[in-house]
Design a protein around this ligand. Structure first.
Ligand SMILES: Cc1cc2nc3c(=O)[nH]c(=O)nc-3n(C[C@H](O)[C@H](O)[C@H](O)COP(=O)(O)OP(=O)(O)OC[C@H]3O[C@@H](n4cnc5c(N)ncnc54)[C@H](O)[C@@H]3O)c2cc1C
Length: 444
């Protein structure tokens, strides 16, 4: 029987994006561990939260939250170490020692990044996994909650519902998504048209900056607080926790899902519907799932378990200014589209075949979607739209992908980054560039 794909299940994909595996030498991490223990005043508890490749739990800790299974392959480059702090105070030494030893940090909360940026990299790196930091405290009287970054959105919804039957929070649909990455990239779900994004409803945050300081909204100042609500947290620091504004759950929420195949006239429905969807009552959430797109290109075998998910905007999304937070896709946007393909074969050839097919679908859609730029959503991470130069993140190179995610907000993100992390310590394939760091390296 054919498996029905679901966006909430791990993605069965096994593309090898990086062709070399990282050779781990014990020297790579011995200095780091020594540094950690010195920084932590020889606190023996540090050894309980550090996993080296020699540790028997290393692989299970690495793989347990990876959602895109193509990145569990042996050829995916692995971290030198995984550190899983149990207290916020253990994060400052990790940042310090990574800097001292020339290692990058990849911060992981829920592990749902589509391109695996929170747990894979070609450069020597340490995973800072926040899964032990998942405290949630709900203040129903004031309609607020503090949620630590290692929590999942499912846990958050559960804790809110334990305290109140009438309060909720407008974040994503799949319960396993982590609040660390999800909120920092925007985060949308069934309440999008009523209340906007998760990031629109954040009122405070706690973050460890590049100097190891723990800052809140007041001490980090408004620019940085603006940047981490939609600009992707990974460029700016380690977000420890968010304070969120809870919302009243509408008395009636209508979730209307059109789940069609081509034979059922799916494309015709979508073409008609796309122009009126944003005018519907904002309590209505509509999703359209299309299987087998209507073009002889797309009757290929690779399309058997593919889908496009269309999520309409409108309602509250029309009212929020496109510069209120870094997420710029507001009034004038009809809906966002997610293109998905699932497969189970592990061979690289199979992965290549499916990836090529979805690239063709993406190109095929070009005439029907936004242009100049063709916009993208950072939480649907896509390295095909551009990546930074290795080790020398230039503005011009980053602008290629940055403008697609952030439009005019990209420049402000660069400004904030240059101010708060001038040496560009927090970096990855799609991190916001620091102008200072680039000028410095290029003798400007
Ligand atoms: C099954 C599935 C369902 C999804 N459903 C939705 C949905 O309904 N709505 C939606 O909007 N999106 C959805 N997404 C996309 C999801 O929002 C993004 O992948 C999001 O970034 C995941 O956050 P995470 O913490 O789980 O991921 P991670 O992989 O842990 O992190 C993602 C990025 O954020 C950075 N990061 C994580 N935590 C922190 C932190 N504490 N401080 C600084 N940087 C941090 C990471 O380094 C990485 O760059 C879904 C993805 C999947 C795989």
């Amino acid at each position: 029987m054919m498996k029905t794909p679901s966006i909430c299940s791990p993605l069965f994909a096994l593309l090898v994006i990086f062709s070399c595996s990282w050779a781990v030498s014990s020297d790579g991490y011995d200095d780091f561990i020594q540094c950690m223990s010195l920084q932590s005043n020889n606190d023996s508890s540090i050894s309980n939260v550090v996993y080296t490749p020699n540790n028997t739990s290393y692989s299970s800790i690495l793989n347990f939250s990876i959602q895109n299974l193509r990145f569990t392959s042996e050829t995916t480059p692995k971290p030198l170490l995984i550190v899983t702090p149990v207290q916020e105070s253990q994060i400052q030494p990790i940042i310090y020692c990574a800097k001292e030893n020339g290692m990058q940090i990849r911060v992981r909360s829920g592990g749902h990044d589509y391109e695996g940026l929170s747990y894979a990299s070609e450069v020597p790196f340490v995973i800072l996994d926040l899964f032990n930091l998942r405290e949630i405290s709900v203040d129903a009287d004031n309609k607020t909650a503090w949620v630590q970054s290692g929590s999942t959105i499912g846990e958050l919804y559960y804790r809110i519902s334990e305290t109140s039957q009438t309060l909720g929070f407008p974040a994503g649909v799949c319960p396993t998504v982590g609040v660390g990455g999800h909120f920092s990239g925007g985060g949308y779900g069934a309440l999008l048209r009523k209340y906007g994004l998760a990031a629109d409803n954040i009122i405070d945050a706690r973050l460890v900056d590049v100097n190891g300081r723990i800052l809140d909204r007041k001490s980090m100042r408004e620019d940085l607080f603006w940047a981490i609500r939609g600009g992707g947290g990974a460029s700016f620091g380690v977000i420890l926790a968010w304070k969120i504004q809870l919302v009243d759950v509408p008395e009636q929420v209508t979730v209307f899902t059109i789940n069609k195949t081509l034979d059922q006239n799916a494309t015709n429905i979508v073409h008609r519907w796309q122009y009126i969807a944003h005018k519907f009552n904002e309590d209505l959430f509509i999703g359209v799932y299309i299987r087998r797109v209507n073009s002889k290109l797309f009757f290929e075998e690779e399309a058997e378990e593919a889908e496009m998910i269309l999520s309409p905007y409108g309602g509250r999304m029309e009212e929020i200014s496109d510069s209120a937070i870094p997420f710029p896709h507001r009034a004038g946007n009809l809906y966002k589209i997610q293109h998905l393909v699932y497969w189970e074969q592990e061979e690289i050839e199979a992965s290549d075949k499916y990836i090529n097919w979805i690239r063709k679908l993406y190109s095929y859609m070009a005439p029907y979607v936004s242009r100049f730029p063709r916009a993208a959503y950072i939480n649907y991470r896509d390295l095909d739209i551009g990546v930074n130069n290795k080790g020398n993140t230039s503005y011009a190179q980053a602008n290629i992908w940055g403008i697609k995610y952030f439009k005019n907000n990209f420049n402000r993100l660069v400004h904030v980054k240059t101010k708060v992390d001038p040496a560009n310590f927090f970096q990855n394939e799609q991190s916001i560039p620091s102008l200072y760091s680039w000028w410095n390296k290029n003798g400007k």
